[in-house]
Design a protein around this ligand. Structure first.
Ligand code: NAD
Ligand code: MG
Length: 389
């Protein structure tokens, strides 16, 4: 039986992962399930999957979790330390699906155990891609992409020579405001931004899709995952979200990964890799689809894309600054403290403020350096927001 753990089990990716695992319970031994505040869901899933341990992110929720797991034999734990310790429990396959930089350390710990880490938490790659890859290599583990675009690129590259890759294009739906007049964007509310035309995802990534900060993170993630020159990485708006990514080769061929938007494909691919197994996802119907459309990804409408390019060029720990500043700006937008369009301004100012400190850090950085830079960027973003509010 394969030992599996799911970090962020109560979220959108976590629940899709559980859906796949629960279809073949005899194949898996569930080690750890972790969640945030939804203790009822966490306890229910832990019982259903007979997990060894369930961990809630918030310490005050421990009594409730204990009560819900009473008599089950499942350990109940809570808090940051418990989460990190749960990641130290050996597992063969681990889903990293916590949202934000909070997912970095648990993922790294799992890699230190030699696990195959299915990485939905793109923020880990953006903040510390080199560290993730180095850790996997050092401990005989590996990182498998779960973001749909990166799973698509990964699949298109199987058996190929990286030296023959000319371009990688990841597609973007364009999010909630792709058709809004530019001059109305500053009025966009969090509720409006949290609706997605094609994908059903957590609140934060959905708003990041509307601002294209999600695609910006994914451009950086592409660079880190596949070690590509930033000049070879592009994005294009594709409102139907059917093609997830394309890889262009030096002989003019393009390999495109096509399929209906359902994260269980990418999760299932990572779960069964290197095999392919039957998955419960809708099959492509080209005739029903009729046509696929594409538009340029405009950097005036979505300045996050320009910032991503600057971050890729700068290297060092710029990605950690970018991500942390974005997380703080997103919180401020969700709380109504800044406008939708101000988010990119805040991130740009933080990048400028910290650029001299982070851009020359070489790839040998460790977790403590990432944590320190993440903290500096959060403080900077907080000050800039306070000054403008
Ligand atoms: P979500 O908000 O639905 O779930 C997040 C999970 O993380 C929950 O279990 C929550 O309890 C937990 N969590 C949040 N903050 C935490 C903290 N500080 N400590 C511990 N646990 C915490 O998010 P999601 O949409 O499932 O996304 C998860 C990750 O996957 C994100 O990095 C996202 O960018 C990425 N991703 C998601 C999708 C998707 O379709 N939802 C697609 C591609 C990539
Ligand atoms: Mg994606």
């Amino acid at each position: 039986m394969r030992r599996v753990s799911i970090f962020g089990a109560t979220g959108s990716i976590g629940q899709n992962t559980i859906d796949l695992i629960a279809r073949a319970p005899e194949e898996y031994r569930v080690v750890a399930l972790t969640g945030g505040r939804n203790v009822a869901q966490l306890a229910e899933d832990a019982r259903r999957l007979r997990a060894e341990v369930a961990v809630a992110a918030d310490e005050p929720l421990l009594p409730e979790l204990r009560e819900r797991l009473a008599g089950s034999g499942i350990e109940a734990q809570a808090g940051r330390q418990a989460l990190v310790e749960a990641a130290d429990r050996p597992a063969d396959w681990v889903m990293s699906a916590i949202v934000g930089a909070a997912g970095l350390e648990p993922g790294l710990r799992a890699l230190q155990q030699g696990a195959a880490l299915a990485l939905a938490n793109k923020e880990s790659m953006v903040c510390a891609g080199r560290l993730m890859m180095r850790t996997a290599e050092a401990h005989g583990g590996r990182v498998l992409p779960v973001d749909s675009e990166h799973s698509a690129v990964f699949q298109a590259l199987i058996g190929e020579d990286m030296a023959a890759v000319e371009r990688v294009i990841i597609t973007a739906s364009g999010g909630a405001f792709r058709d809004w007049p530019l001059e109305d964007l500053h009025k966009a509310t969090p509720a409006q931004a949290a609706t997605h035309p094609n994908w059903d995802m957590g609140q934060r990534i959905t708003i990041d899709s509307a601002s294209m900060f999600n695609k910006a993170l994914e451009l950086i993630e592409t660079r880190e995952f596949f070690g590509l020159d930033p000049a070879k990485i592009e994005t294009v708006v594709h409102p139907e979200s059917m093609i997830h990514a394309l890889v262009g080769f030096n002989d003019g061929a393009f390999m495109a990964h096509v399929g209906p938007p359902d994260m269980r494909h990418a999760i299932g691919f990572a779960l069964h890799y290197p095999e392919r197994r039957t998955l419960p996802v809708e099959r492509l119907d080209l005739v029903k689809l009729g046509a696929l459309t594409f538009r340029p990804a405009c950097e005036t409408r979505w300045p996050a894309l320009r910032l991503a390019r600057e971050v890729m060029e700068a290297g060092g720990l710029s990605g950690a600054v970018f991500n942390a500043a974005k997380e703080v700006a997103l919180d401020a937008f969700i709380d109504g403290r800044i406008s939708f369009t101000r988010m990119a301004g805040v991130v740009e100012e933080v990048l400028t403020r910290l650029s001299s400190q982070v851009r020359h850090i070489d790839d040998a950085f460790d977790l403590d350096m990432v944590v320190e830079v993440d903290h500096l960027a959060r403080v900077g973003a907080g000050e800039i927001i306070a000054a403008t509010a």
